[in-house]
Design a protein around this ligand. Structure first.
Ligand code: ADP
Ligand code: MG
Ligand code: MG
Length: 890
């Protein structure tokens, strides 16, 4: 294997497919050279050398330096000039570049090869002003990048010289001025106790070592961690002969996109600066000009640029982002890569390129990333690049659920509901949220929490609704007593306007302007293409008719999960009915009539809800999970006034039957205390509840089937799939199935009509997955509840692991990713495979789906796409899941 790849106009052994070995920049420099574009010659040192650099304890592996020297000679022959030769100096740039573009890595050093002698040679050949302009740039960059001298120190010196001369711009500095700048820069080196090696080869070696060394700096490691970049060998190093945009006014440098990266419009889009080197464009001292102006000032170079970028776009089959330099009127290409783009642009470019015949339809489908669609489906803030927006940012938490939310700050779920009823838009600000808060969370425009990670309660619930949420903003201090919060020196009072950007995690003061998502015709064209490739169905998790309707509009083909208990929190009336039911079941044993009353009241609510959902999903399957969470989640916390009031009311209800009021209250309290469990997630929940209280299962089954019968009388086709949660043992399932089937018979008999329905189970207890063959004798379908399955397979309590050790595990490389976000394919995935195989052995037409958070995660979707019939995700993620499923099938 080569370790050093030379590229020069018309030839290179490297090519664009070799990104892993040559890095993105290197592979494309080689490709552009092969295509015959005017690329300054140079060479790429491979990423494998980077790996060996670390194996060798932080130095170049044996023999590499000799290969580099040979490559320098080859470049000299191709380009003219000689490195380190004052008579005809050739200078180099040293540029980093991994397979994935990675800010946080080492910066570029330009004009390498100058020293006090060589600079005089360069001055003699090309002019003094130019030569010393290059030299001061080298001193600055080498000092900053290789030797770690603060760039600001150089800035201060050049500023002082300009000040003394009464100048504003660097370009106004004369040759003499620049000599003075160089003198002062050397002073900066001296004060830092450093020096620029006078041997150009030594400069080159140090710069190359610094690039390799920068691969493992904390900020680079952190960047890879955050962006889940794994499995790379290292960075490549590109050493390239310099071309000079700062030579004179007939020179310049710029960047351009082959299409507008914000909108996708097909125009050459970009900017350039006359008489400048690369870094000046971003440095922002002079305002760059629109690239279209080049047609006037550099007509020949502009024509070349148009021709080259057109060719590159066709060749790369994607929108390109290019760097170029004009030296004395002649255009050089310095970089090309696939351009980063916004969601709207990604969609526009993909559809346009397919229509132009530039890419095939499957390529077009692969060009839009799931996160691009995500952007298209949520309201967004306007002008996020504007200073007004940036100034308003108070802090940044985790981007837990995307979209823009604007509202007035409230600190309790009750206030959120109350204010919303009065027509206010609110942002609910909490230290953290709990299931009791869901009413207020639903009423709020967005949710902000100080604690909790991407899978905290607030995050999961908010994503489920597609409601913006920022969580884990640990700098946020909340004082519930005074209803105030403080963040970055600002105090937030109840009623203050606040804006949340759930896509970035930013929290902003005031009311930031928002724009609605644009559901364009282009999007529907694209989604039609997507669906033609997709092999599995996409269902949704929806608890209300409104959510079901949104999901259906987004293309959901059924409901994979209705969580009946979410409806319980919808109104005060309902939660009170639930509490009475629990009290009757758990606390007032033997008070049969009371239990029956409470259940009857609840059944009415449930039936209404189910009717609404069946109507919204007319003709599509609706999978309804029976009661799942531990009962105490529905009760007020111990020691609260709310609990006192509840016990008081219940005791009043019991009066006459249970003697004295006060003793009844006492008994109730102690029984509620008894409901507390040390380990609720492994406690009395799921089918265990239904077995302990078969009348709850019966009530729910009846509510579902009565609703189905009712709507079918109105011409709606209801397809109820009744799902038993948390099954680990065949006998658990058969018990519940018996109750459900008996309830069905009773409903159909009473109504004199029947509907088709299915009974199935969730697979979320590892034992259930292993015994899937037995479960399938009773279940007509399986739905993998991957949240619980992950929790129980890994033995990680989801609520605690996120805060306590999962981030550490990911950082230390013990886990590749948070298994609650990205399915643990080798562990949990293995159980899914086993269950699919054993289940289908028993029942070949077993219908299979997944309904955990993973149902909306593209990587997880890819994994399950060969195993199950459908994935189910929150309504707003449905299009994303459709795309991910299509991409998995291509
Ligand atoms: P980044 O990845 O930060 O863009 P680059 O390696 O692309 O870093 O270089 C930074 C700037 O220096 C770019 O504007 C680039 O065009 C310019 N540059 C790099 N190499 C050369 C060269 N050989 N001649 C002229 N300009 C160069
Ligand atoms: Mg670049
Ligand atoms: Mg579960």
């Amino acid at each position: 294997d080569e370790r050093v790849y030379v590229f020069k106009k018309g030839s290179s052994a490297g090519r664009k497919e070799m990104k892993e070995l040559l890095g993105g920049k290197g592979a494309n420099l080689c490709e552009m050279a092969r295509l015959g574009l005017n690329v300054p010659p140079g060479f790429t040192i491979t990423t494998r050398v980077c790996q060996d650099f670390y194996k060798a304890g932080g130095r170049l592996p044996d023999g590499v330096w000799e290969e580099i020297l040979a490559a320098v000679v080859e470049v000299e022959a191709a380009y003219g000039g000689k490195f380190a030769d004052p008579a005809d100096p050739l200078l180099f740039s040293v540029r980093s570049g991994a397979a994935v573009s990675m800010p946080g890595m080492m910066d570029t050093v330009l004009n390498l090869g100058l020293n006090d002698t060589v600079v005089q040679g360069l001055a003699a050949k090309r002019g003094e002003r130019f030569a010393y302009d290059c030299y001061r740039r080298l001193l600055d960059m080498f000092g900053d990048v290789v030797l770690g001298i603060d760039h600001a120190l150089f800035e201060a010196e050049i500023h002082a010289v300009k000040e003394a001369r009464g100048l504003k711009l660097d370009v106004e500095l004369t040759g003499e001025d620049l000599k003075e700048v160089v003198r002062r820069f050397k002073g900066v080196y001296e004060r830092a106790g450093k020096s620029l090696p006078s041997d150009p080869y030594e400069q080159m070696k140090l710069a190359i070592n610094a690039v390799f060394g920068s691969w493992n700096t904390p900020r680079a490691v952190k960047y890879r961690e955050i962006n889940r970049i794994r499995g790379l060998l290292g960075t490549a190093v590109n050493v390239q002969s310099m071309v000079y945009g700062n030579l004179n006014d007939n020179s310049g440098t710029g960047v351009c996109f082959t299409r507008n990266p914000a909108t996708g419009e097909k125009v050459l889009y970009g900017e350039y600066l006359p008489n400048a080197q690369g870094e000046d464009v971003v440095a922002g001292i002079r305002t760059p000009l629109d690239v279209a102006h080049m047609a006037d000032n550099f007509p020949a170079a502009y024509a070349d640029l148009v021709a080259n970028t057109t060719l590159l776009e066709k060749h790369m089959r994607d929108m390109q982002d290019c760097e170029f330099t004009v030296q004395d009127g002649l255009l050089y290409m310095l970089q090309t890569r696939n351009g980063k783009r916004t969601g709207p642009a990604a969609l526009q470019v993909a559809v346009a390129m397919e229509k132009e015949g530039m890419v095939t339809r499957d390529e077009a489908v692969l060009m839009v990333e799931p996160r691009h669609l995500d952007q298209l489906l949520h309201p967004m803030f306007e002008g996020v690049a504007k200073p007004e927006y940036k100034k308003a940012v108070l802090g940044k938490g985790l981007p837990a659920s995307p979209g823009a939310a604007v509202g007035k700050v409230v600190f309790t779920a009750d206030d959120a509901e109350k204010w919303e009823k009065e027509g206010e838009k609110v942002i609910l600000v909490r230290l953290e949220t709990s299931p009791e808060d869901v009413g207020g969370m639903h009423a709020a425009q967005g949710i902000l929490t100080a604690r909790g990670g991407m899978t905290s309660h607030a995050a999961v619930v908010a994503r489920g609704w597609g409601k913006p949420c920022v969580c884990g903003l640990d700098k946020l201090q909340v004082d519930y007593a005074t209803k105030t919060a403080s963040l970055a020196g600002a105090t937030l009072k109840e009623g203050d306007w606040l804006s949340l950007n759930g896509s970035t995690g930013e929290v902003l003061l005031g009311r930031q302007p928002v724009k609605a998502p644009e559901m364009s015709g282009t999007l529907s064209v694209f989604m039609e293409w997507v669906d033609a490739f997709r092999k599995i169905g996409v269902f949704t998790n929806a608890d209300t008719p409104a959510d079901a309707a949104i999901a259906r509009k987004n293309g959901a083909q059924g409901i994979g999960l209705v969580r009946t208990e979410h409806m319980f929190f919808a109104t005060a009336e309902r939660i009170s009915a639930v509490r009475r039911m629990i009290a009757a079941e758990e606390l007032m044993e033997g008070e049969g009539s009371s239990a029956a009353d409470a259940l009857a009241a609840l059944k009415v609510f449930q039936r209404e809800d189910f009717e609404g959902i069946f109507e919204a999903m007319d003709g599509l399957p609706v999978t309804i999970r029976l009661l799942d969470p531990p009962l105490h989640e529905f009760l007020p916390h111990e020691g609260t006034a709310e609990l006192d009031a509840l016990c008081d009311a219940l005791a009043t209800e019991m009066k006459g039957r249970s003697g004295q009021h006060m003793s009844a209250v006492r008994i109730l309290k102690s029984k509620i205390h008894g409901l507390q469990e040390a380990n609720p997630m492994l406690g009395l929940r799921g089918c265990r509840l239904g077995i302990r209280h078969p009348d709850i299962t019966e009530m729910q089954a009846k509510a579902i089937l009565e609703a189905a019968v009712n709507v079918s009388k109105r011409g709606v086709k209801a397809l109820p799939h009744i799902m038993v949660p948390l099954v680990g043992f065949e006998e658990e399932l058969s018990h519940q199935v018996r109750v459900i089937r008996a309830a069905a018979e009773a409903v159909f008999k009473a109504a004199g009509a029947s509907v088709e329905y299915k009974v199935g189970t969730m697979i979320e207890v590892p034992r259930g997955a292993l015994r899937a063959g037995d479960l399938a004798t009773h279940a007509e379908f399986f739905s993998f509840g991957t949240n619980d399955l992950t929790q129980m397979t890994c033995g990680f309590s989801r609520d605690d692991a996120e805060a306590k050790f999962l981030p550490l595990y990911v950082r230390e490389g013990i886990l590749p990713a948070d298994p609650f976000e990205e399915l643990d394919t080798s562990g949990v995935g293995e159980l899914i495979k086993i269950a699919v195989q054993r289940g289908r052995e028993t029942r070949p037409n077993l219908h299979l789906g997944i309904c955990g958070e993973h149902g909306g995660d593209p990587k997880s979707i890819e994994f399950v796409s060969t195993l199950v019939d459908y994935v189910s995700c929150s309504p707003l993620r449905v299009p994303i899941a459709r795309l991910a499923a299509a991409q998995a099938a291509i």
